[in-house]
Design a protein around this ligand. Structure first.
Ligand code: CA
Ligand code: CA
Ligand code: CA
Ligand code: CA
Length: 168
C-alpha cells in the first residue's frame, strides 16, 4: 500500500478538501492493491462453494466460528460456512492448528490419553470445559462423546475429570 505524506506545507483552505479526497482515494486504491497482492480471489469463491447466491465477502470474517477466516478457509480448501468441513468431529481451524488435513476425514488429531479431547498430550481444565460446553449444547471444536453413547452427558464429564485427577 502506497503511503503519501503531507508535510511541512500549510495549505490554503480551498486546497485542503481536494487534498483530503486525493489522500482518501489513494488509501482506497492502496487497500485494493494490497488485497490483490495477497492473492485475494474473486468474490465468486463464496458464491461457487456455498449457496450459489451472490454474497458480499469480508475476507477477515469467520462466520462459522471455526477459527479460520474466509481467506484462510479459501487457502485451506475448507467450507466458509461449515465449521467441520470433512465431518471428522474436529473443526477446520483446530485441524489446521494441530497440523492435520481439514478436508480429509481420514486425517485428524489423536491422543493416546483418555479424556485428552484437544489432543495436546494431557488432560487439563480446557478438556473438562470442552466436554461441559458440549453437554450444555454448545458446539465445540473437538469430539466430546467420550463413551460413544451418541450424546455428551455427565458420564463424559466425569470421565475427563477423573482423567485430569489421574483417577483410573
Ligand atoms: Ca471460518
Ligand atoms: Ca469452515
Ligand atoms: Ca474436521
Ligand atoms: Ca480431517
Amino acid at each position: 500500500m502506497t503511503t503519501r505524506h503531507v508535510s511541512g506545507t500549510i495549505m490554503r483552505p480551498s486546497v485542503l478538501p481536494a487534498a483530503i479526497i486525493a489522500l482518501a482515494c489513494a488509501c482506497l486504491v492502496g487497500a485494493t492493491a494490497q488485497e490483490e497482492s495477497a492473492g485475494n480471489p474473486a468474490d465468486g469463491w463464496v458464491q461457487d462453494t456455498a449457496f450459489g447466491a451472490p454474497k458480499a465477502v469480508e475476507w477477515d470474517e469467520d462466520l462459522d466460528q471455526d477459527g479460520l477466516d474466509h481467506y484462510q478457509e479459501f487457502l485451506a480448501g475448507t467450507h466458509p460456512f461449515v465449521a467441520d468441513s470433512d465431518e471428522d468431529g474436529f473443526w477446520d481451524g483446530f485441524e489446521v492448528t494441530r497440523g492435520t488435513d481439514p478436508t480429509s476425514p481420514d486425517s485428524y488429531p489423536s491422543s493416546e490419553v483418555l479424556g485428552d479431547v484437544d489432543c495436546d498430550g494431557q488432560v487439563t481444565a480446557a478438556d473438562i470445559q470442552s466436554v461441559i460446553n458440549a453437554a450444555l449444547g454448545q458446539k465445540v471444536a473437538v469430539p466430546t462423546d467420550l463413551d460413544g453413547t451418541g450424546n455428551v452427558d455427565s458420564l463424559d464429564i466425569q470421565t475427563v475429570i477423573n482423567a485430569a485427577l489421574l483417577v483410573p
